[in-house]
Design a protein around this ligand. Structure first.
Ligand SMILES: [Cu+2]
Length: 252
């Protein structure tokens, strides 16, 4: 029931934090809404004209404690919400390191032709995501790529480099965190870390043309071993089709 009014979560820690932060702000908002509307109803009932009584309510001008109260109160709530937001923001924006059961980068992806960046972010798996009318392309380290469905290892922090090759698209898998624009000529970063194997679905969140509604996206989390096998399969398939194409061209 509560999920009807709050963000989807449960796939990745950043999505969970977004959900918690949303709920904090939402519940504070609900309390204030009830207070304001309750006061309004109370005033309506209390001040209504009664048969035989005065036709006009008591006229009050100014109430310093009350006015101070709601001014300071509102300011305090705003400041508290700002502080809470900044406390959550770090965990939403910054990718944590991969977990112990994640992809052992040093071993399984040792062939990546990427230099190890300082600061240990080599712990994380980077996948290039390209939005195009009307599908997503994923480029994995080591030359494998896939369309529509992204396959990732569990317990591994996956950092996405998002861009687009035609118009602006928006990457959004609700259970895996917030939206991120995919803009031509520009790289935006986002991340997720999935603990449970499974499939997470999403949808391009930026109106990008006539096929926008069909521009779905899917992330499938598998065990690191299965992920490595997937990469090998993709690479073999890509190589086979390239060779087939070359042979076909030669024959002509
Ligand atoms: Cu799109």
């Amino acid at each position: 029931m509560a999920d009807m009014f709050t963000p989807e979560s449960g796939g990745s820690p950043n999505a969970d934090k977004i959900d918690s932060l949303y709920k904090i702000v939402f519940y504070v908002g609900v309390v204030i809404f009830l207070l304001v509307e309750g006061t309004l109803l109370w005033a309506l009932v209390k001040g209504r004209a009664r048969r035989g009584g005065p036709q006009e309510g008591e006229q009050i001008h100014g109430n310093t404690p009350l006015e101070l109260g709601w001014t300071v109160g509102a300011a305090v709530i705003t400041v508290v919400l700002a502080i809470v937001t900044f406390l959550y923001l770090g965990d939403i924006k910054n990718p944590p390191p991969s977990g112990p059961d994640g992809l052992a980068q040093g071993v399984e992806v040792a062939s990546i032709d990427q230099p190890t960046p300082p600061g240990g972010s080599s712990e994380n798996l980077t996948i290039d995501v390209n939005g195009q009318q009307f599908l997503w392309r994923y480029d994995y380290p080591g030359g494998a790529f896939s369309y529509y469905e992204m396959v990732v290892p569990t317990d591994t922090t996956v950092v996405l480099n998002l861009t687009a090759s035609d118009v602006i698209h928006s990457w959004w898998i609700p259970k895996l965190g917030g939206k991120m624009d995919a803009v031509p000529g520009f790289v935006n970063k986002t991340w997720f870390k999935i603990s449970k194997e499974g499939t997470y679905i999403g949808q391009c969140a930026e109106l990008c043309g006539s096929g926008h509604a069909d521009m779905r996206a899917r992330v499938r989390a598998v065990s690191p071993t299965e992920y490595t096998a997937f990469l090998e399969r993709q690479k073999a398939d890509i190589k086979a089709s390239q060779e087939a194409l070359a042979a076909q061209r030669k024959d002509r």
